[in-house]
Ligand binder design. Structure first.
Ligand SMILES: [Zn+2]
Length: 261
């Protein structure tokens, strides 16, 4: 089966680009460039998807995804592909959509009410922790903030089948992020900045875990400290997420503002 999904019905070249979609396109394109800046890229693979604000209420939800074939560094506001929940393009696009990749995202978008933005990475340390039997170790500053909030879903192959979508959603339950075992990291949020901050925290936890375990014996954190750490942690605060994202966006603007096109 091809991983490409292109040429499906329902394309409408005349579908207008509204203000909400235009803003969503610029913010999502900025996010792709931020990932590139941070080195969270896997050639042309992986995805960050965003529901277009305002869609999904009176009419079916619409999503934006990276064109399959381009590096994150090449993603721009205008080349993001508008798709429905099945991954069918809703407007003419020169680029296809990666079927295998979007199925995972659509499961999260469809099942978690606050999952307006979904992010997935194959970073080396993220994948390394995903390959560990015990997963994330609650022994560092960032892992402590996520304590009790990370779900695990077993690896079942590259292509996510409908039945696996249900198992993945069940495994996630009410958690805030998921480690796809033997595979990678996945987070979501009500906005791009909030999903980004969650993924950044998880990514940093993995970085520190891999570095610290290779350096020596880990110092445990007392269990009574976790509750307070989770309560005090900043990642969940919307304002902090927005400020962090805005700062990162200024960096990519200074590097190359072409993503805004
Ligand atoms: Zn993946």
């Amino acid at each position: 089966m091809s991983i490409y999904l292109q040429g499906a019905a329902k394309k409408d070249a005349a579908l207008p680009v509204g203000d909400a979609e235009r803003k969503a396109r610029v913010q999502l394109a900025a996010c792709y460039r931020i990932f590139d800046h941070l080195g969270w890229t896997e050639m042309i693979f992986n995805h960050i998807t965003l529901r277009v604000p305002g869609t999904g209420r009176d009419a079916p939800p619409q999503f934006l995804i990276n064109p399959f074939g381009l590096h994150y560094r090449e993603v721009t506001a205008s080349n993001l592909v508008l798709i429905d929940i099945e991954g069918n393009p809703l407007r003419e696009s020169e680029w296809p959509v990666n079927r295998a990749g979007f199925v995972t995202h659509s499961a999260i978008h469809g099942a978690i009410e606050t999952a307006h933005c979904v992010m997935h990475t194959h970073t080396t340390t993220g994948m390394a922790v995903a390959c560990l039997k015990d997963g994330l170790s609650p022994t560092n500053f960032y892992a402590a903030q996520l304590h009790g909030g990370v779900a695990y879903h077993d690896f079942e192959g590259i292509t996510v089948e409908p039945a696996e979508k249900e198992r993945m959603v069940r495994d996630i339950g009410a958690k805030r992020a998921v480690i796809l075992r033997n595979h990678g990291l996945l987070t979501w949020g009500p906005s791009v900045p909030e999903a980004f901050m969650m993924l950044w925290t998880l990514q940093r936890a993995c970085d520190i875990q891999v570095a610290s375990t290779s350096a020596g014996t880990l110092q445990p954190i007392e269990s009574k400290v976790f509750e307070q750490t989770v309560r005090e942690s900043g990642p969940g605060e919307k304002r902090v997420c927005e400020d962090v994202f805005a700062a990162m966006q200024r960096i990519v603007d200074a590097k190359d503002p072409s993503y805004r096109n």
